[in-house]
Design a protein around this ligand. Structure first.
Ligand code: PRP
Length: 216
């Protein structure tokens, strides 16, 4: 795992043999929809697990059958916000790690001509102050969709924000660093080479929504 903090955005690249193995399956153009969904679920569970590496916990005592043991409990249950469609494929995995999380939804589709985010759903509580929020989206390309989602969360008072992504482009990371979201944590499986002229990540894995669910 590598870690870097720049301009207030903390970037953690989860570089583990198993994340690389699952990511290779996702990248492979021969992987069909079913196998893609399965590999995404497995990789997401590892990424979400890493995203909670430094979560706040309450120290508690646990009564075992033998004695009292020191233990820990996550202080504040998180909220998961998958960005539709592609982020839906990460939600069950996130809930496997933290089953008592709250859940919100944001739907954003990228305009194919302009690559700008177009919002079609924001199902979020009005007040997110004090609520740790974990945004789930496999792809960080231009960063437009993620920044739009972070803006929606910040408008509702959320300040403890983490993005969990599978693969990103340096251009997307730079956009986050140039955004208003100074304390953001980004946990990501890989940062690839660049964006192409169609704003696709190179080498990337194609379109994670299409590869799970078929073309829109
Ligand atoms: C993809 C992806 C991200 C976004 C990334 O979604 O899942 O949400 O694009 O691109 P950006 O960083 O340039 O905004 P897409 O618009 O293809 O929608 P889908 O998930 O419904 O397929």
């Amino acid at each position: 795992m590598t870690s870097a903090s720049d301009d207030g955005v903390h970037v953690r690249v989860v570089d583990h043999p198993l994340t690389r193995a699952w990511l290779s399956i996702l990248r492979d153009q021969a992987t069909d929809n079913t196998a893609f969904r399965s590999a995404l679920a497995r990789l997401s569970q590892m990424l979400v697990y890493e995203a909670f590496a430094d979560v706040d916990v309450d120290e508690i005592d646990v009564q075992t059958p033998v004695a009292v043991a020191p233990g820990a409990r996550v202080s504040t249950p998180p909220m998961f916000v998958p960005v539709l469609r592609a982020g839906l494929g990460m939600l069950e995995s996130a809930l496997a790690v933290l089953p008592d999380a709250r859940i919100g939804f944001v739907g954003v589709g990228r305009d194919e001509e302009t690559a700008q985010p177009v919002e079609y759903l924001a199902s979020l509580p009005a007040d997110l102050s004090g609520q740790p929020v974990y945004v789930l989206d496999p792809m960080l390309a231009t960063g437009g969709s993620l920044i739009h989602t972070l803006d929606l969360l910040a408008e509702r008072g959320a300040t403890d924000l983490t993005a969990v992504c599978v693969v990103g482009a340096p251009e997307g990371v730079a956009a986050l660093q140039g955004s208003a979201h100074r304390g953001l944590r980004l946990v990501i499986g890989a940062i690839d080479e660049h964006l192409n002229e169609d704003s696709f990540i190179v080498p990337g894995l194609g379109d994670a929504g299409d590869r799970q669910f078929g073309p829109r």
